[in-house]
Ligand binder design. Structure first.
Ligand code: SF4
Ligand code: SF4
Ligand code: FES
Length: 521
């Protein structure tokens, strides 16, 4: 492992490290645009300059390897001056868009100008006008004038998604990013290009102009879109969730995540959520509806009760609910509702898996622990011959990935009593009448717990925020279904739609709303 000195500090780095990687290790800051740890080295922005002892000319740090005993600095006047004029070149044709640019607040160009630039511009030429609002495909919009031609997005489509939609066209200061003829930027990883664009040139159609980033807070979680379990950051404020971005985890997702996973925030927001509990047609608070269902469960305990579980809940929740059914209600009729069976084991070769659940392994582990062996055929037979009278379902959080939802609902609603727990609205479910209980549930960003991904890796999730405060976790629902009490309001009538009972309780609302922690470039 070679040792080098960076700005007077001795650092030991891995064999084959570049100077910019060594500076990450030493914690020294360095200007850079085109280098990204997940992509090949392009060396095009020329900002990451350093001085190396014994070398008369400054060098770029991203494309120079560390050798034993190398003495490097990036704090000399010569380096500072070179970076300053490098930035001046980058900004020559850059529009003064900051007030209306979606990247403002997390823009690499703004950040680096404030840190390394602050020069008096000497350009007298008019700026080159380029294309604005270029529709690159279903998810991304390009503003060519803001692009600093770092080529990160092009390298991403070449090296990571391997879809090759993007290229650099024309020469000199007429160069622009674009898509090859007739080929839109359209792949399930396209929004990673927006994350890695260091300026506001690539923006997400879904997010742009919806919030200024400084009005958002963020919290870490794990994507529940499939069994890969990509690490994510969720961005939210009092109006709900606005976007999801990947967080680096070498063991799981590296730097990336898929576009489908980014949509997970949509089903968490209030407009998509079940807010009221229902017990035999009467609306009530979610907790009250769960408690109300205890009577029917007590009366049908034993083999007449079936529990149907989707794999979108946490390990701790499965333990609580399965234990309750096995020990309190004396039934081992617990069934795993597998969605999209035909594509369940598929994999796109990068991250996205056909098993669209975050915790299949966790569910199977708890079922095994309790000696559950029942199959879906047993359930269908029990429903057909009437031996199963009461069915309790922990339905999907993300209904979009359960294409057979309507069919299953139809099958399960043949039971005399149907107790259905899930977080999202569903018209067909709400239209059911008779002995039906509907219990609104919390989503993955509203609770703590553990997911086990496809490879058996256990990942903890922490509550990020609360969107529907009265909704239940499966653990809370298990207690109430068993007739026990919970220290939470259960009897309050459902609130009128113009009021939000969680308005004052939300943790994040007590804090400064304008705090925003910046991600790294
Ligand atoms: S669009 Fe963004 S990521 Fe792509 S080359 Fe331009 S600045 Fe770099
Ligand atoms: S690959 Fe799976 S876990 Fe990762 S972001 Fe996509 S849906 Fe989420
Ligand atoms: S980061 Fe080294 S040249 Fe761009």
């Amino acid at each position: 492992m070679p040792k080098c000195t960076i700005n007077g500090k001795e650092v030991e780095v891995k064999e084959g490290s570049s100077i910019i990687e060594a500076m990450q290790v030493s914690g020294d800051r360095i200007a850079h645009y085109c280098w990204h740890p997940g992509l090949s080295v392009a060396g095009v922005c020329r900002l990451c300059v350093v001085e190396i002892e014994g070398n008369p000319r400054v060098q770029i740090a991203c494309n120079t390897m560390v050798t034993e005993g190398m003495k490097i600095n990036n704090t000399s006047e010569k380096v500072k001056d070179t970076v300053k004029w490098g930035l001046d070149f980058h900004l020559i044709n850059h529009p003064l868009d900051c007030p209306i640019c979606d990247q403002a607040g997390e823009c690499g160009l703004q950040d680096q100008y404030m840190e390394y630039g602050k020069y008096d511009p000497e350009m007298a030429e008019a700026k080159v006008k380029k294309h604005k609002v270029v529709d690159l495909g279903p998810t991304v919009v390009l503003d060519s004038e803001r692009c600093i031609l770092c080529s990160r997005c092009v390298r991403f489509t070449e090296e990571v998604s391997k879809t090759n939609e993007l290229g650099l066209f024309n020469r000199g200061d007429r160069t622009e990013i674009g898509t090859h003829d007739g080929m839109p930027l359209d792949n399930n990883y396209s929004l990673n290009t927006v994350d890695i664009c260091p300026v506001g040139a690539l923006t997400s159609k879904d997010f742009r102009f919806r919030q200024r980033v400084w009005y958002l807070k963020d919290g870490d979680s794990v994507c529940n879109g499939c069994s890969t379990g990509c690490n994510i950051k969720v961005y939210y404020n009092k109006e709900g969730l606005f976007r999801i971005k990947p967080v680096y985890n070498e063991k799981v997702n590296g730097h990336w995540m898929c576009d489908s996973g980014r949509n997970a925030y949509k089903f968490v927001n209030r407009e998509a959520r079940l807010l009221k509990g229902v017990a035999r047609g009467v609306e009530m608070a979610p907790g009250a509806a769960a408690k109300n269902a205890n009577e029917v469960l007590k009366n049908t305990a034993g083999d007449a009760i079936a529990l149907v579980l989707t794999a979108q809940y946490t390990l701790e929740e499965y333990e609580a609910i399965i234990k309750t059914f096995v020990e309190e209600f004396k039934t081992k009729k617990v069934f795993f509702w597998i969605n999209n069976k035909e594509t369940f084991d598929s994999f796109d070769g990068l991250l996205s898996r056909g098993d669209k659940n975050p915790n299949t392994k966790g569910l199977l582990k708890v079922m095994e622990k309790h000696g559950i062996t029942a199959t879906w055929n047993d359930l269908s037979a029990g429903l057909a011959n009437g031996s199963i009278k009461t069915v309790v379902v922990a339905g999907p959080e993300n209904q979009v990935v359960f294409p057979e939802y309507a069919e299953r609902l139809k099958e399960l609603s043949k039971a005399q009593n149907l107790i259905w727990m899930q977080s999202g609205k569903n018209e067909a479910l709400s239209a059911l009448t008779g002995n039906v209980w509907i219990i609104p549930m919390k989503t993955f960003v509203e609770k703590d717990g553990t997911f086990i991904n496809y490879s058996g890796l256990e990942q903890k999730i922490k509550k990020v925020t609360t969107v529907v405060s009265e909704a239940l976790t499966l653990t809370e629902a298990a207690l109430l279904l068993a007739g026990k009490n919970l220290a939470m309001p259960m009897t309050a009538p459902f609130m009128p739609t113009n009021q939000r009972p969680d308005q004052v309780e939300l943790e994040h609302r007590k804090k400064n709303e304008f705090v925003f922690r910046r991600g790294s470039l």
